[in-house]
Each structure stands twice: as structure tokens, then as C-alpha cells.
Design a protein around this ligand. Structure first.
Ligand SMILES: Nc1nc2c(c(=O)[nH]1)N[C@H]1C(S)=C(S)[C@@H](COP(=O)(O)O)O[C@H]1N2
Ligand SMILES: [Mo]
Length: 370
């Protein structure tokens, strides 16, 4: 009896704290968009200074839980009462499923649940729900479109509410970290990116991951050639044996599907490779060497600013072993402080260029599809 009364009082309080309906709806819309943006941006962050992006993503997620609870308290009869079903209800339900799916996988992931759903890691499933949610939410909003009004967002109260919501989100995540630590859940041991460790050395100790569809046949070492060209004085072609493993570096590979590994990589320093090709040339004043582009046998490619590229490694070995095919043999890029998807595998071309390569963002998504 007593607990029921406490529960009832809490619910009343939560109900009373709810902003006006339109404010809740538009806030949900804004929060979900912000989640999509921070989620995607977080994929490109590989240095610890980027931590605010991850924290914002988590805090917004907690905010969505609260907003969604307000919304469901208001609209639940439209879902539970068949007399109120409309054609748009199916879309509403789908949107809800995507939202709950994204939240549930996000929370489970944070607590360290590390399962695979067939090929996908839990984090990839989370991303899938999140990406599905954006168009669903847009379509859902279009079926019941109401412009937000000034009165819905009375300035000071709104700002205060959002500050409280985000602070509560951040605090919840902090508390959650403490729980992870106290219970020593698998979620305790993770980087600022959320990625979990894969221990061990060499080819067998970490997963073979393709970003989307890349899955080339093994490259025949006898036929393999690496082209070093573009804005260099003496373009050059090397075979697999000429890519001697003279340089060693320890580097951390952090994949956006949620795992990381620290390995000893060896191969050729890209700066040495460019020097062997006569160095980057600035003969043409309109063509300043500024980027080095690494292209895979599959067409997959990524560019690094030239100073960064010079210190990067074209690795032929990992943990003292020759690279396995799945990890990019005969040679793959090792780009410290960059996320895994930028570590191009099966590199066949290293090219000095003057311009930033916008196309890489698309190519990494579509390479490997026939
Ligand atoms: N050519 C090519 N290189 C690639 C990929 C790819 O799909 N194609 N996937 C990237 C991704 S997402 C990651 S995390 C790393 C994974 O490297 P691994 O398979 O050796 O673990 O390779 C990167 N290099
Ligand atoms: Mo990845």
C-alpha cells in the first residue's frame, strides 16, 4: 500500500514536471538528431581530447529516456486502445521500436554486454537502430506536424530544464561507471571511446573487420606491386619483398564496432617510402603536396595530412608475424590516433596529393560492392 502511494506520488511529480506536449516532441526530435550527429562524429575521434563528444552522446541518450517516458505517458492510450488506431499508428510503433532498440542496446553496451548478433557487435546493432530511427522519426513527425511555438519554450525555464536534463544524463553515466567498477562488469575496462580490449599479440588476437563490404581475395605476393606516386619526384613501384620490415611501432587500433587492441606493428615508415620516391615535390606552385592517400586493392581509401602520414607506418607484420590476409597482407596502414576504419588494408597505392579527398567518405561505404 505504502509503496504504491510513493510510486503514485513519484508519478504525479514526473507528470507535473513534463514540459508542454509540443516541447517534448520537438525536444525528442532535436535530441535524436543530436544523437545521430554526435554518434557519427564520435566515429572519427581517436584522441582522448575528443572525450566531450562521447559524454554528450551519453548524456543526450539519458535525456531521451526521460523525454520518451513523458511522451509515452501522454500517448500510451493511442497505442493500447485499438479504437484509437490510425494508419499512422504503425509508423509510430516502428519509430518507438527503433528508439527503444537504440536506447536498450546503448545501455546494454555501456554495462559491458559484449555479444555478437550474427556478424554484428552490439554496438553495430545500436548504430543500426539509431540510423533507422532518424528517417522513421522524420516521417512520424510529418504525419502529425505541429510547428513549435514560443510559449512551448519559455526561455529561462527551458534552458534550465535542458541544463538539468543533460547534467542528470552526465551524472547517470558517471554513476553507471562507478557501478561497473564496483561490480567489475566487463564494461569497466574500456577506452574513452567505449571500446573494449582484445588481449594478446599477433594476427589471431584481434578480429578481422571490414567496415562495410570489403572482402577481397588473398593477394598473391609474387604479383603484388605497391605504387608510390602522385606529387613525388621519382614515382616508384615496389614488390612485396622490397617492403622490408625495418621500422617498428606500438600502436592502438580502435574499431568503431567497439573493440581495441594494442599491437607491435612493423613495416616501412611512410616518410621513408616517400623519400625513396625522391620525396614530395613542390615543383608546381598550384600543386602543393598536402596529403598522402592510401588506396586498397578494393578501391577503399583514406588520406592523411602529409606530416602525419610521414610518421605513419605501412605495416607488413603484426606481433612479429607476417600479416594475415584478413588483416591486410601484404601491407596495411597503421595510423596511430586514428580510428580503425582509417587504417586501410591491402594497400596498393600511396599517392601524394595537393587536395583533401572528400570522396573517401563515400568510397569507404561502398567499396567492395560489385
Ligand atoms: N580496404 C579496407 N581496409 C580496412 C577496412 C575495410 O573494410 N577495407 N576496414 C577498416 C576497419 S573498420 C577497421 S576497424 C580495421 C580493422 O582491421 P583488422 O581487420 O586488421 O582488425 O581495418 C580497416 N581497414
Ligand atoms: Mo572498424
Amino acid at each position: 500500500m505504502r509503496t504504491r502511494r510513493v510510486f503514485g506520488a513519484l508519478r504525479d511529480w514526473f507528470d507535473r514536471a513534463a514540459p508542454p506536449p509540443r516541447a517534448v516532441d520537438w525536444s525528442l526530435f532535436a535530441f535524436v538528431l543530436a544523437e545521430a550527429v554526435t554518434g557519427l562524429v564520435s566515429f572519427t575521434v581517436g584522441v582522448p581530447e575528443g572525450w566531450p563528444v562521447f559524454w554528450l552522446h551519453r548524456a543526450l541518450g539519458v535525456g531521451i529516456v526521460v523525454l520518451l517516458a513523458w511522451k509515452l505517458m501522454r500517448v500510451r492510450r493511442r497505442l493500447t486502445d485499438p479504437g484509437l488506431w490510425r494508419r499512422s499508428t504503425a509508423l509510430s510503433v516502428l519509430t518507438l521500436v527503433a528508439a527503444v532498440g537504440a536506447l536498450a542496446t546503448g545501455v546494454a553496451w555501456v554495462f559491458g554486454l559484449d555479444v555478437r548478433v550474427s556478424y554484428w557487435t552490439l554496438l553495430s546493432v545500436h548504430v543500426g537502430f539509431g540510423l533507422a530511427l532518424v528517417p522513421l522519426m522524420a516521417a512520424h513527425a510529418a504525419t502529425r506536424f505541429r510547428l513549435p511555438r514560443r510559449v512551448d519554450f519559455e526561455r529561462r525555464r527551458t534552458a534550465l530544464r535542458y541544463t538539468v536534463l543533460l547534467a542528470a544524463g552526465g551524472a547517470t553515466y558517471r554513476l553507471q561507471q562507478a557501478i561497473n567498477g564496483a561490480l567489475d562488469t566487463p564494461g569497466a575496462d574500456r577506452r574513452f571511446t567505449g571500446s573494449q580490449p582484445r588481449e594478446g599479440t599477433g594476427n589471431g588476437s584481434f578480429p578481422i573487420t571490414s567496415w562495410v563490404a570489403d572482402d577481397p581475395d588473398p593477394i598473391d605476393r609474387d604479383e603484388y606491386r605497391l605504387a608510390v606516386d602522385g606529387l613525388v619526384s621519382d614515382p616508384l613501384e615496389l614488390d612485396a619483398d622490397e617492403l622490408a620490415a625495418g621500422h617498428e611501432t606500438e600502436a592502438l587500433l580502435d574499431c568503431t564496432s567497439g573493440w581495441y587492441t594494442v599491437q607491435e606493428w612493423s613495416g616501412v615508415r611512410v616518410g621513408d617510402l616517400l623519400a625513396a620516391a625522391g620525396g614530395a615535390t613542390a615543383d608546381d606552385p598550384d600543386q602543393e603536396p598536402a596529403y598522402v592517400r592510401f588506396t586498397s586493392v578494393t578501391g577503399y581509401r583514406w588520406s592523411l595530412p602529409i606530416e602525419e602520414a610521414e610518421d605513419a607506418l605501412l605495416a607488413t607484420h603484426v606481433g612479429g608475424e607476417r600479416l594475415a590476409h584478413g588483416h591486410g597482407a601484404p601491407a596495411r596502414l597503421v595510423a596511430p590516433d586514428r580510428r580503425g576504419f582509417q587504417w586501410v588494408k591491402w594497400v596498393t597505392r600511396v599517392e601524394v596529393r595537393s587536395e583533401y579527398d572528400l570522396g573517401q567518405w563515400v568510397v569507404t561505404l561502398v567499396s567492395g560492392f560489385d
